[in-house]
Design a protein around this ligand. Structure first.
Ligand code: BG6
Length: 478
């Protein structure tokens, strides 16, 4: 058993157990927890979804998904894990079915003194139904229930507020875990750890020293079968609202001395509540990949954006005039996520001299690079020196993948890498303002070729400050 294993017996109910996220992330997460000895002796994992299937079929699906998504599988560990897996099908708004399900859970877990965790891997439209039913069936032991709710939490500031008021009228704050899986990525967590542990670095990560910050999250695949969700959402709500803004918060927040969850969430929100979109049409570029209309279930005339490049600011004297550039998109030239911090130059340096840059690659490579300049040779030409090192920590090294580490944290009641409600509201405020500007200024949707690196006009958002996107490309696979 690991030192930080889950101590108490538990029932874990996964709503949306037939979905893709369950297969590619959540089932493998439980395998990893079992493999590393984080699970207690007594636990029960229930899948609940609308699809009718037998428990035997579900167990097979579970095991197959683990085999398909893990590099190496210890079959003994897997078959032991599968003994703890159960399935129940039903609608999410059907109280009678929930009651039967609750009885089944009771029967299987022998009604012991046990904690219940419900994981919402379902469309936000059914959150309220599930919560209402959970409240009914847990009438007498509501304090033993914990909810893990995946982003998107709401669809805008107002709906997020409504949902939160609804959830928090039934459950206490410490029972609610709002999950953004980016905060479970080790490289994303490293942003804070690097700043906290390296004085020279943290002293440089200030508005007075930084020329601009850039965050890029490119994906090389399209929306697949997710039109039902994505076409009503768009890339700004899907990627910027939480993943990119949370990454930005880790780069720009003040580092609290006490590394407690409350102080880290407070500082993240402090900077997020000061981020604003300057609301000019030049600050936003949106695009759509050329084959988007041919994706399954996408309406012919859909104007949903699949690419966005944005210029934001922080409303603080210490960050005065430091632009923050974010860009993200689907069906692009590569799958690559990275943060670039460009430092200011000396006044005597020329426009041609490259600035110092600190680059943090989050995926697929996890590494940091520092770009320095050195003058060498008789002509004293600047040479760019790059120090690069991997910060990857693989499962083989004992590190857990994003969802796995977050599930473990939630089960242990640790909240540092979960979102607080004020952060969710701050990020929706920024997102709503961007979307409003797109509508008010009628910002055109630019079509870009599948597999390209996005619309050329993305450079407009940086050009106005005389900066350029810094492209870190992955080495070409041969
Ligand atoms: C999800 C979005 O939250 O994050 C997806 O809904 C996106 O559209 C995914 O593809 C990206 O996650 P990652 O970890 O692959 O960068």
């Amino acid at each position: 058993m690991k030192e930080n294993h889950i101590l108490k017996p538990f029932v874990f109910t996964l709503f949306g157990a037939s979905g893709n996220l369950a297969k590619i992330k959540l089932f493998p997460s439980f395998y990893q927890l079992a493999f590393f000895g984080y699970l207690p002796d007594e636990y029960y994992i229930f899948g609940y979804s609308r699809t009718e299937k037998t428990e035997k079929e579900f167990k097979k699906e579970f095991a197959d998904a683990v085999r398909a998504n893990e590099k190496v599988v210890d079959e003994k560990v897997l078959s032991k894990l599968i003994e703890h897996v159960y399935y129940f099908h039903g609608q999410y708004d059907d109280l009678a079915r929930f009651t039967e399900f609750h009885d089944y859970v009771h029967e299987v877990s022998k009604g012991g003194d046990i904690e219940h965790t419900s994981y919402f891997s379902v469309p936000p439209s059914v959150y309220e139904n599930i919560i209402t039913n959970l409240v009914s069936v847990h009438e007498h032991d509501r304090e033993r229930v914990r909810l893990i709710i995946e982003k998107p939490f709401g669809n805008d500031e107002e709906s997020a507020e409504d949902l939160y008021h609804f959830v928090s009228s039934h459950f206490e704050e410490e029972q609610i875990f709002l999950l953004d899986h980016y905060l479970g990525k080790t490289a994303v967590q490293s942003i804070l750890q690097l700043r906290h542990s390296n004085r020279f670095l943290n002293l440089m990560m200030r508005g007075s020293e930084i020329a601009n910050i850039q965050i890029t999250a490119f994906e090389d695949y399209g929306i697949g079968e997710r039109a039902g969700y994505f076409d009503n959402t768009g890339i700004i709500r899907d990627m910027v609202q939480s993943h990119l803004l949370q990454s930005l918060a880790l780069v720009t927040m003040s580092i609290p001395l006490r590394q407690s969850a409350e102080s880290i969430q407070r500082e993240r929100n402090s900077v997020l509540s000061a981020v604003y979109s300057p609301l000019h049409e030049h600050d936003i570029v949106i695009g759509q990949y050329s084959s988007y209309h041919t994706e399954k279930d996408v309406p012919e005339n859909s104007s949903t954006e699949t690419f966005a490049a944005l210029r934001l600011k922080i409303d603080r004297d210490t960050w005065h005039n430091v632009p923050l550039y974010l860009r993200t998109g689907k069906k692009l030239c590569e799958k690559h996520t990275f943060v670039v911090v460009e430092f200011k130059k000396f006044e005597y340096q020329s426009d041609d001299d490259e600035p110092n840059r600190f680059v943090i690659e989050l995926q697929p490579e996890e590494r940091i690079s520092l770009k320095l300049l050195n003058k060498i040779g008789p002509e004293e030409i600047y040479q760019e020196v790059t120090t690069t090192d991997s910060i990857a920590c693989s499962v083989e090294d004992g590190c857990l993948k994003d969802h796995t580490s977050l599930i473990l944290s939630a089960m242990r009641g640790e909240r540092t890498y979960f979102l607080s409600f004020p952060e969710v509201i701050s990020t929706w405020k920024i997102t709503d303002a961007i979307i409003q500007t797109i509508q008010d200024k009628k910002i055109p949707l630019e079509i870009y070729e599948d597999g390209s690196c996005g619309p050329d006009s993305q450079s407009n958002v940086t050009n106005r400050d005389n900066f350029k996107w810094y492209d870190v490309h992955l080495p070409k696979q041969i």
